[in-house]
Design a protein. Structure first.
Length: 218
């Protein structure tokens, strides 16, 4: 029996744009996954970032089973920023694949990437790391070179998600990067969701980053 795959795309790497409803489902899956992860006794503000991310990934996998979106939540993996890069030059935290996009494009690399960082609005070092080792990986095309949308998760160690966004924006202001500031989101991802838009160096298309700030109970 012949499997009715869709027609392959034209030669060249297709630029992947996610519809607003897909972005919303991904953000809601992150929120639902974290709610499940938070019940684990080892997930707290003192846990390591790797453990937090593994628990979040497990929670997202459980949450997405009831989602209409056919989403594959992959393990963290070494990645290549561009097809002509031979050796991996990055490691993505939570790569996502969408069956519909794969059938249409035959794109084997992730269709969306979630980068995870610890954050606290009062901690200038963590705010800098969130930008330099998180956001900038998308802006400089180390991650999601052919993506119009990227995702950031901030594990809020102290204070609120709003205070975390304020701390990140304060750092961006200090380094004269006001254009990269985080603003309120209308993505449907809930009250802890923020958004930023960024120009990229080698591509005319900007990238939109969606930020989910996840706190700890207790």
């Amino acid at each position: 029996m012949r499997i009715p795959y869709e027609t392959p795309p034209a030669l060249g790497r297709e630029f992947i744009e996610l519809a607003p409803e897909v972005v919303a489902v991904i953000l809601l899956t992150v929120a639902a996954g974290w709610q499940r992860a938070s019940v684990a006794g080892d997930v707290n503000a003192n846990a390591g970032e790797v453990l937090m991310t593994e628990r979040l990934r497990d929670g997202m996998r459980t949450a997405q089973k009831s989602s209409p979106l056919k989403l594959i939540i992959l393990p963290g993996t070494e990645s290549r920023s561009k097809p002509n890069v031979v050796l991996p030059d990055g490691r993505t935290d939570i790569p996502l694949m969408l069956i519909e996009i794969f059938l249409r494009t035959q794109e084997h690399d992730p269709h969306a990437i979630i980068e995870c960082k610890r954050i606290a609005g009062s901690d200038t070092h963590l705010c800098r790391e969130y930008v330099v080792e998180g956001m900038d990986r998308f802006i400089q095309e180390k991650y999601g070179e052919n993506h119009a949308v990227g995702f950031m998760v901030g594990y809020v160690l102290a204070g609120s998600g709003s205070e975390s966004a304020d701390g990140i924006n304060a750092y961006l202001k200090r380094v004269s990067r006001n254009r990269d500031r985080l603003g309120a989101s209308d993505s449907g991802g809930g009250p802890s969701s923020w958004e930023s838009r960024h120009a990229r160096s080698t591509r005319a298309n900007p990238i939109a980053l969606h930020h989910a700030f996840l706190g700890f109970s207790g």
